[in-house]
Write a protein that binds this ligand. Structure first.
Ligand code: UGA
Length: 438
């Protein structure tokens, strides 16, 4: 099928490449000149394992191209995917849907009446109804507009796109259902569940899923708070409750909490939208989910102050800057937030990360960004594991770093370090939600 993908950020670029991999003919539309040139040159403008190779592969095959604006060729497309961002509005919890409005207005002159527009961006429920009106006015006919939420995770984005857990489409008409069924057929032939719903449900599925995931993480982090004052172990607790299939063991890792471009913004936008709809109380609990999450970042500084006295004049190394491993994304990163709190408390804050230090240097001149792990650790009064990269979990690290650190104190903010290895190398290890002192 011939399709366009509008907006080539994380979601759009991955979706465009995945669609081309499946054999569709893809036109990607991107307004940001740097991102556009990168993609045209076969370079993915963010770190995502496997995506560069996939991009070069589809470029070589000739079934993808990238351009700044629609051209007459967009009229030949049967399906247009909207993948532009919906960031948090400044000074508010609500999502900014203005890029979606601009995207449909720019598409309107090139839209065939029988073509289908499918939104993939994460949106407040009700957005599609508003967009339909905007598009109808701009195009001069009643458009086929559908919603098709995306559930990909950074770090496994391509795999999640090509082999998703499920595909959900929200449709109002048979034409939309038919084209979306067709475009995903190369995936669904392998048995992927394909759910067809009304549009509000499809819009809600995404925020409901992300809210549930955020709630799960904050639940175990709340248990970690209880564990810390009662001598219990939140990691063992998670394992024990996780064997119950109704609960499940995923997304129960306690630590400095969730971040990134999605979970924090999505729960806030959901609260704002529910309030607008007059049912704010229904998701009041998400405010607690947010609060628990933010408290866990602060907990690291409390531990450091308890252990080191004042942080003024001290040197603290933060291992990892990205919001999770296998990503270079610093958006709302708990690691950066923790580093910021440590810095604000007066410590010289050194940050290291295998791939995102360039962004750290550009955005956070207040930290010392150091690529070399040994140099980064030299002279540190304490080390905090903030992003659980495999490099830092390696069992040789405790002995390596022991040689350059006099005060051997490590805080495991992700419960990812091998406690015995660190202890055997002479470290005092404090893990969030656990009592692991030898
Ligand atoms: C999340 C969802 O998992 C995807 O399904 C969704 O498509 C995506 O948002 C989106 O809305 O686009 P992502 O932001 O890539 O994906 O990251 P996650 O893997 O969900 O991790 C989010 C945060 O939670 C990370 O900071 C991670 O360190 C933290 N986390 C995760 C925990 O603290 N504990 C856990 O047990 C799991």
């Amino acid at each position: 099928m011939k399709i366009t993908v509008i907006g080539l950020g994380y979601l759009g670029a991955t979706h465009a490449i995945a669609m081309a991999e499946l054999g569709h003919e893809v036109i990607g539309i991107e307004a940001n000149p740097k991102r556009l040139t990168d993609l045209q040159n076969g370079v993915v403008p963010f770190y995502e394992p496997g995506l560069d190779e996939a991009l070069q592969n589809v470029l070589a095959k000739g079934n993808i191209k990238f351009q700044e604006n629609h051209t007459e060729e967009s009229r030949e497309a049967d399906l247009h995917f909207l993948c532009v961002g919906t960031p948090q509005l400044p000074g508010s919890y609500a999502a900014n849907t203005e890029y979606l409005h601009s995207a449909v207005k720019a598409l309107a002159p090139f839209l065939r009446p029988d073509a289908v527009v499918a939104g993939k961006s994460t949106v407040p429920v009700g957005t599609s109804a508003v967009l339909t009106k905007v598009l109808a006015e701009a195009a001069g006919f009643e458009p086929h507009l559908a919603w098709n939420p995306e559930f990909l995770r950074e770090g496994t984005a391509l795999e999640d796109s090509l082999r998703p857990d499920r595909i959900v489409i929200g449709v109002n008409d048979e034409r939309s259902a038919e084209l979306l069924r067709k475009v995903y057929e190369p995936i669904t032939v392998h048995g992927t569940p394909f759910l067809t719903t009304d549009i509000p449900t499809a819009e809600l599925v995404k925020v409901a899923a992300n809210s549930f995931l955020a709630t799960k993480i904050s639940f175990i982090n709340a248990m970690a708070e209880i564990a810390e004052v009662s001598g219990a172990d939140a990691v063992a607790l998670a394992e024990a409750i996780g064997y119950d299939e109704r609960i499940g063991n995923k997304f129960l890792r306690n630590g400095i909490g969730f971040g990134g471009g999605c979970l924090p913004k999505d729960i806030r936008a959901f609260m704002a939208r529910a309030e607008e709809l007059g049912v704010g109380q229904a998701v009041d609990f998400l405010a607690d989910v947010d609060q628990v999450n933010l408290r866990r970042r602060k907990r690291v500084v409390d531990i450091l102050e308890h252990e080191l006295g004042t942080l003024t004049g001290k040197r603290v190394l933060v291992l990892g800057a990205a919001f999770k491993p296998d990503s270079d994304d610093l958006r709302d990163s708990p690691s950066i937030a923790v580093a910021g709190l440590i810095n604000a408390a007066g410590a010289t804050t050194v940050v290291t990360d295998p791939i995102s230090l360039e962004h750290v240097r550009a955005q956070h001149p207040e930290f010392i960004a150091e690529d070399d792990l040994i140099k980064a650790a030299t002279g540190a009064d304490a080390i905090v594991l903030a992003t659980e990269w495999a490099q830092y979990r390696d069992s040789h690290v405790p002995a390596q770093l022991a040689g350059v650190v006099a005060n051997k104190l490590v805080i495991d903010g992700r419960n990812a370090l091998k406690v015995e290895k660190w202890q055997a190398a002479g470290w005092r290890l404090i893990a969030l939600g656990r009592n692991v002192e030898a």
